[in-house]
Design a protein around this ligand. Structure first.
Ligand code: ZN
Length: 672
């Protein structure tokens, strides 16, 4: 076969993609795109079909070539792939800035948009509107020297942002804790201990070896009776890629934070924005920084007093002042005392295969689709699986990969990403394909992977993103699925889906004891439901802390003063934090959402969209959560529409009014 990255069948050839294929495939595609663009611009009178549609096709093809590379870099990271990935990042950024700054192309888009003779539908108008905005945001109107500077900044940023994430990953991979005596692990769930035993044996070590992945961290911080073990994990986790004695200084992200924020500020200034936060809002649902800060303040007003009360109760329960590494541990114990339920005791009732079957049933019932696993699809690791999504007529309408388990050299957290974007341009049709990635505890000793209810929520969340991508009907890739959706509305479909994992009916579908098949006993179910708003205040203020830090960091930067990350964190904590964090806590150094991902000056989006999601779900609750008519309207007004229409208009069409904060406060037990 030729270069497998360039052989665009329905799915990527994950069985034969190698690092050596990456740069040649990217270079060839970029060269073809540039040549095609030059030909397109030779047309005397370009029209939508003769210019915009081919541009959409070219971008779609480039994304198809790049998506498997970016995916492999995240889930099967190794030195060769990382070098290949990092070599191409600046090339791709250079190309996209070059397109964004191409004045001839810009004028052609504008003439099509402004020509009164062009007949365009609403989606096509929207596409042009977004494209013209993006030309402006890439600096199309700038003098040549500013254009060049802007382009250089974009290339440097993409490299620094990638390094930020690598530092976090490398630092986590390098850290281990060897435990010599079993009693040091008292309280830690048996499956974690068993895995630690296997890891130690694999490296020829006596005792237990704990790595710093998410399942291990959560298990220790929540369950280890040993305060010193909890503290050690807390310190290792909260100082990832930070200065101090816990990790090697070569992974310290402090200087990168400074450099990234500075460059973002400079880029925003070049295209006429006061700050990077102002630039970020140019593509969001929120209209101004004041609106974002007022929104976060309103939430803080409701949540901080509740969080303070919860924290005092927790300290009262523990009978001593609490440290940051005690919170999860005593929360779990207080929950057991108050609701008579432990996270771990639910695990046997949520085996992954059962949860998946129930989750698919929810989607099938809501949207009339069918989901079937397909064997024999090439994947990047034996853990990964592939599923077809069939429409109401039984035709394959799309598909998704699921890579569910934590392992070394895989980025932590959970996410959905685009493998193939939806496209229907003339005769050229592409069915959407998604990657769903989680970091659950792997199966061990012949036992399936067993999830906590929290992990069940994570799976529902990512699947919600997946449905947004898979059920889109928008023909143009730049507006299909999650593309073109304002970032502060993008968490709506995902957080909406989480609600179903709290429905007693759905809990019946997704639960079944992994040995006996017995359903979750009525009593346990009732108790689980009772925990929904448990310590919701504390959880909310944590999110507010991240959101305020991010937004202020990107609003207040001044070249003379620098990023002031530590100062801003301290100020934000004085206002909304309730749990005392020791000075060594440097969460910003591993805050990949805002320094490597798409959440810069946009972390508030989680809360913003949570309001939308709770309000949308309230509409379902009013008439029954599986009411076909409501689901059809949600699909038709919001879920299938991607970025093809204004997010607020879409919401108002579905709900009959603007978003209301009260359903979320009610959901969290924080009454308005
Ligand atoms: Zn999400």
């Amino acid at each position: 076969m030729q270069n497998p990255l360039l052989d665009l069948g329905r799915l990527p050839h994950f069985d034969c993609i190698e690092a050596a294929h990456v740069a040649p495939a990217v270079l060839e595609t970029l060269a073809e795109n540039r040549a095609a663009l030059a030909r397109l611009l030779e047309q005397p009178a370009p029209a939508f079909a003769s210019l915009i549609e081919p541009m959409e096709q070219m971008q779609h093809r480039l994304m198809r070539v790049w998506s498997p590379v970016s995916h492999l870099n995240a889930v099967a990271n190794n030195e060769a792939m990382r070098v290949a990935y990092n070599t191409c990042l600046p090339l791709l950024t250079e190309y996209s800035t070059e397109i964004g700054q191409n004045e001839v192309l810009y004028r052609a888009y504008r003439s099509i948009a402004e020509d009164p003779a062009t007949l365009l539908d609403a989606t096509q108008r929207r596409l042009l509107e977004h494209a013209l905005r993006d030309f402006r945001l890439a600096g199309v109107g700038l003098p040549e020297d500013s254009k060049a500077r802007y382009k250089a900044i974009m290339q440097e940023l993409v490299t620094l942002q990638a390094r930020f994430e690598e530092n976090v990953l490398d630092c986590m991979n390098a850290w281990t804790k060897v435990v010599a005596a079993a009693d040091e692990l008292a309280g830690v769930p048996p499956h974690v201990i068993a895995r630690a035993r296997e890891s130690a044996a694999a490296r020829g070590i006596d005792g237990w070896l704990l790595t710093l992945d998410q399942p291990n961290y959560v298990a220790v911080i929540t369950h280890a009776d040993s305060e010193s073990l909890r503290r050690e994990f807390y310190e290792a986790w909260q100082t990832r890629a930070a200065p101090g004695s816990h990790h090697d200084a070569r992974w310290d992200n402090t200087a990168l934070i400074e450099a990234i924020v500075k460059l973002r500020h400079e880029a925003a200034g070049l295209i006429g924005y006061r700050s990077f936060a102002a630039l970020s809002l140019a593509t969001k649902m929120a209209k101004s920084g004041e609106e974002v800060l007022a929104f976060l303040s309103e939430l803080a007003e409701h949540c901080v007093p509740v969080a303070r009360r919860e924290f005092a109760e927790l300290a009262g329960f523990a009978g001593r002042p609490l440290n940051a590494w005690d919170i999860a541990y005593y929360s779990e114990r207080l929950q057991q005392q108050r609701h008579h339920i432990a996270d771990e005791e639910l695990r046997p009732y949520f085996p992954l295969p059962r949860v998946l079957a129930g989750l698919f049933r929810v989607a099938e019932r809501l949207y009339g689709i069918r989901i079937r696993e397909r064997a024999g699809i090439p994947v990047w690791h034996a853990d990964a699986r592939y599923f077809d999504v069939l429409d109401g007529t039984g035709q394959v309408a799309g598909g998704f990969y699921l890579d569910a388990f934590a392992r070394p050299n895989k980025r932590s957290g959970a996410w959905m990403d685009e493998c193939v974007g939806h496209k229907r341009i003339g005769g050229a049709i592409a069915a959407p394909v998604a990657y769903l990635v989680c970091n659950f505890s792997p199966p061990i000793g012949g036992r399936p992977s067993l999830l906590t209810h929290d992990e069940v929520l994570t799976l529902f969340h990512e699947f919600g993103h997946g449905l947004h991508h898979l059920l889109t009907t928008v023909p143009y890739p730049s507006l299909a699925g999650i593309n073109g959706v304002p970032w502060d509305a993008v968490e709506l479909p995902s957080q909406f889906m989480e609600n179903y994992a709290w429905s007693p009916e759905v809990l019946g579908w997704i639960s079944g004891h992994f040995e006996t098949g017995a359903a979750l006993p009525e009593e346990k179910l009732r108790r689980l439901l009772g925990t929904r708003a448990f310590l919701a205040g504390l959880q909310s203020v944590r999110q507010l802390e991240f959101a305020l830090f991010d937004f202020r960091l990107h609003s207040e930067f001044e070249p003379g003063r620098g990023a002031r990350a530590a100062e801003i964190i301290a100020e934000v904590r004085a206002r909304v934090a309730v749990v005392p964090h020791p000075p060594l806590n440097r969460f910003a150094n591993s805050f990949t959402h805002i320094f490597s991902g798409g959440y810069a000056a946009g972390y508030y989006s989680y809360k913003w969209a949570e309001v939308l999601a709770a309000d949308v779900f309230a509409a379902f609750e009013e008439s029954g959560i599986f009411t076909a008519e409501v689901a059809r309207r949600f699909l038709g007004s919001i879920l299938s529409r991607g970025g093809s229409r204004d997010a607020l208009e879409a919401f108002v069409e579905f709900r009959g009014r603007k978003p209301d904060i009260r359903p979320l406060l009610r959901q969290n037990g924080i009454a308005a």
